[in-house]
Design a protein around this ligand. Structure first.
Ligand code: PHE
Length: 436
């Protein structure tokens, strides 16, 4: 790549005011953790593929998609917060790194496939802590039927219900069809209800496959799963599913009945069905007991040698090297307001697209991006420890604690100071902030 364009796999993408991808991200575009046979991310992918064994597995060829594919085709409104430069990575105003596997729905349905599972790396700008990393992996799964076959669903659902009645599972489902989570108007409500049932049964059974071991042992507590209403621009009704695991509700996936608009654009207007999107990192972290998301990216054999294809085993954490904290206090640029937003999350609320100007309001994701670009995987977390507004001048200051730690060796104070100095210089130069 050059200052004026990104060159990726021989293709040139001219840069413009949207371009915001640092080299630390570009370097990881071809890592494909989900395809390395005995990597935990890949082990989970294979278990899900094995569970849905009649679904066609798909792998898209590139992480670069058009903004159209990632957002417009799926009905994201122009002011959706997920589109903002603080949340997503853009090559330019036309191309971006996909933020979710749903970006491939239209092209996959267009292939004429009715049941498929697509796995891929996805990219989102975010905060820094042990469970957030700007690259993670998702699986998109879907089942659609010709409308003339929908009358088969009650029978299929009965079979699934029979199977689930053998599981030691407690499903909490207080979702209902309402004006905020409606069936689609062109769907016969009886059909839409059957599709929703098939969706719920299929995913409950996947979740039991992944988490049900303890519940299935003699005297085991039932596995608790709960269904929550959600909002996505490309499904309705829409849901999120959580599982109760080690004392906490863990959000696993988003799903819903595919919007007709998606199917129309794929040339399969006469079909209906459901889709889900499952995040693989958080799932791997809890199932394999992996304590830090950066471990997925290490090449240390003490990590990689612990996993075997087809098996969910408990990771033995090798000794952690000591952390090294450095605090950084600074004044925000004058007249700067805070902004932060969540990606595709369930919130339907619109946010503002941050305009690509130089005096952007301070955004924590921009700050974290620079820290990551300088420190790479040596940064473990960035935490706001003080937020202060001067009572007279109204100027706002923040103090962040940067926690550095190497996964495989000790860090020296000198090398951490050097990183901290580079971060300082860059944030002053690029974000218009002033050190205190
Ligand atoms: N793409 C959504 C996300 O990343 C998840 C999703 C997939 C929701 C398919 C509905 C259907 O949050």
């Amino acid at each position: 790549s050059t200052p004026d364009s990104y060159i990726i796999n021989g293709v040139t993408y001219p840069k413009d005011t949207y371009s915001n991808i640092p080299s630390s991200i570009l370097d990881k575009l071809d890592r494909n953790l989900h395809l390395k046979p005995s990597h935990p991310i890949s082990i989970l992918r294979q278990i899900v593929e094995d569970h849905f064994s009649s679904y066609t597995p798909l792998v898209p060829s590139s992480a670069i998609v058009s903004v159209d594919q990632n957002f417009d085709e799926l009905g994201f409104p122009p002011d959706h917060p997920g589109r903002s430069l603080t949340d997503s990575y853009y090559l330019n105003n036309e191309y971006m790194l996909r933020t979710h596997t749903s970006a491939h729905e239209v092209e996959s349905y267009r292939k004429g496939l009715d049941k498929w599972l697509l796995s891929a790396d996805v990219y989102r700008r975010d905060e820094i802590d042990s469970s957030h990393y700007p690259i993670f992996h998702q699986m998109e799964g879907t089942h659609i039927w010709s409308n003339s076959d929908l009358h088969l669903l009650p029978k299929l659902n009965e079979e699934l219900e029979k199977k689930i009645s053998n599981y030691n599972i407690a499903i909490e489902d207080e979702t209902f069809i309402s004006s905020s989570n409606p069936f689609q108007s062109h769907h016969d409500p009886i059909h839409a209800e059957q599709i929703t049932k098939h969706l719920k049964h299929s995913l409950n059974s996947l979740i039991f496959r992944l988490f049900g071991h303890q519940a299935n042992q003699k005297g085991g507590e039932p596995l608790k799963v709960r269904w929550i209403e959600a909002y996505f621009p490309f499904t309705t009704p829409s849901y999120e599913v959580e599982v109760f695991w080690q004392g906490e509700w863990l959000e696993l996936l988003g799903c819903g009945v595919v919007m007709q608009k998606t199917l129309d654009q794929s040339g399969v207007s006469d079909k209906s069905g459901w889709a889900f999107g499952l995040g693989l990192e958080r799932l791997s972290m809890v199932l394999f007991s992996i304590p830090d998301i950066r471990l997925f990216w290490t090449s240390d054999p003490r990590f990689s040698s612990q996993f075997k294809q087809g098996q969910i085993t408990t990771f033995n954490s090798y000794s952690k090297y000591p952390p090294c904290y450095k605090d950084m206090s600074f004044w925000l640029p004058p007249a700067s307001t805070n902004s932060s937003s969540d990606q595709h999350g369930a919130s339907a609320a619109g946010g503002k697209i941050s305009s690509p100007t130089h005096m952007k309001p301070f955004h924590e994701n921009d700050y974290c991006e620079i820290v990551r670009d300088v420190a790479g995987d040596l940064i473990e977390s960035v935490t706001l420890i003080d937020d202060f507004t001067h009572p007279k001048t109204n100027r706002q200051s923040k103090c962040y604690r940067l926690n550095y730690r190497h996964m495989d060796r000790n860090l020296s104070n000198d090398e951490v100071n050097e990183l901290q100095n580079i971060v300082q210089k860059r944030v002053v130069g690029e974000m218009g902030i002033e050190m205190r």
